[in-house]
Design a protein around this ligand. Structure first.
Ligand SMILES: Nc1ncnc2c1ncn2[C@@H]1O[C@H](COP(=O)(O)OP(=O)(O)OP(=O)(O)O)[C@@H](O)[C@H]1O
Ligand SMILES: Cc1cn([C@H]2C[C@H](O)[C@@H](COP(=O)(O)O)O2)c(=O)[nH]c1=O
Length: 297
């Protein structure tokens, strides 16, 4: 769990509509060349307006390595870290293949118990534990968290392509457990772009809920859910000040509802919801049973 300067509780406080910051606004005003498909990415982004989901510009349009890459490529003179990320991405093969061992992803809102579960599953299955964004780019996370939404999203999207390579390598040797992956990138992105209430989300089966065609797929994805009250208790248990946290949670409850609903609408692979409110031992037992059931069939 990491924190930002702009929030008390951590990274999970998102304004519904972010303004563009300083010179970076220009990235929105000009065309961005997509090295991968010869398209103009920003034109694609802006023309991706969909009457079924007004307000949604970036979440769907950034769902390919080439598109996300082009957004950072355009920023390299203003954000040196963008070049560093691209250098790593460009070293990765485009379509890494999964090994024979299962790849399991744990998703959920902050403080639902992902770190706890992934650590326990790692120990129980002798698995490799990975996370998105991966360690190789996490030092630049704060930089991108402070940037306009589409730049920040491109950073997280590319983080998934870097994790994919780690998954491909590790799953040749042992099971792999991943703390957040594409579904987090998509769900937080959609919830940030769609203002207002949950009912404003794009309808079920919309393209934003689909897995990117060029990204390695996991075998199983679990979505940990707890009640808002239990989340507050767990956040407080991590030492956050009660009143501030409660105020924030209230202010952002619509945002959280949209993130969770977006997770639930993800398809192919979908998220299997797991009630994470019981004890740590019970939650682990449920997850291990589901893994066994899925992986032995
Ligand atoms: N089943 C559980 N019952 C009670 N407390 C729990 C349970 N699982 C985790 N916790 C506690 O809740 C807090 C949040 O858990 P954890 O850090 O695992 O969540 P997380 O989803 O990884 O959070 P983040 O996404 O913010 O890193 C921790 O203090 C942890 O010990
Ligand atoms: C992977 C990923 C994360 N985020 C945001 C969502 C959360 O508020 C924090 C979580 O960070 P932690 O490392 O689990 O504490 O980061 C995001 O917006 N997009 C992503 O792809």
């Amino acid at each position: 769990m990491a924190t930002t300067g702009s929030s008390v509780s951590g990274r999970d406080v998102y304004p519904c509509q972010e303004s563009h910051v300083g010179n970076l606004a220009c990235v929105c005003d000009i065309g961005i060349q997509d090295d991968y498909n010869d398209g103009n990415v920003m034109t694609d982004l802006l023309s991706s307006y969909n009457p079924a989901a007004p307000g949604l510009r970036f979440a769907a349009a950034l769902s390919s390595r080439g598109a996300a890459r082009s957004v950072l490529h355009e920023c390299t003179s203003l954000i040196p870290e963008a070049k560093a990320v691209l250098d790593l991405v460009d070293k990765c093969p485009k379509h890494p293949k999964k090994g024979d061992f299962p790849v399991i992803v744990i998703e959920g809102l902050d403080a639902t118990g992902k770190t706890t579960v992934t650590q326990s599953v790692k120990e129980s299955l002798n698995a490799v534990l990975l996370r998105s964004p991966p360690a190789c780019i996490s030092e630049w996370r704060k930089t991108f968290d402070d940037k306009p939404n589409h730049i920040r999203r491109a950073f997280y999207a590319l983080g998934n392509y870097l994790v994919a390579l780690e998954i491909a390598k590790a799953s040749i040797e042992s099971p792999v457990i991943v703390d957040r992956y594409w579904h987090s990138t998509a769900a937080y992105s959609i919830a940030t772009e769609i203002s207002g209430k949950k009912q404003n989300l794009p309808p079920e089966h919309h393209e934003v809920y689909q897995w990117p065609e060029d990204l390695l797929k996991p075998d199983l994805v679990f979505l940990l859910t707890v009640s808002p009250e239990e989340r507050i208790r767990r956040l407080q248990g991590r030492g956050l000040e009660k009143t501030k946290e409660e105020t924030e949670l209230e202010a952002n409850s619509l945002f959280r509802q949209k993130v969770e609903e977006s997770y639930k609408r993800m398809e192919n692979p979908e998220c299997q919801e797991v009630d994470a409110s019981p004890s740590r031992e019970e939650v682990l037992k449920t997850i291990l049973q589901l893994i066994k059931k899925h992986c032995s069939s």
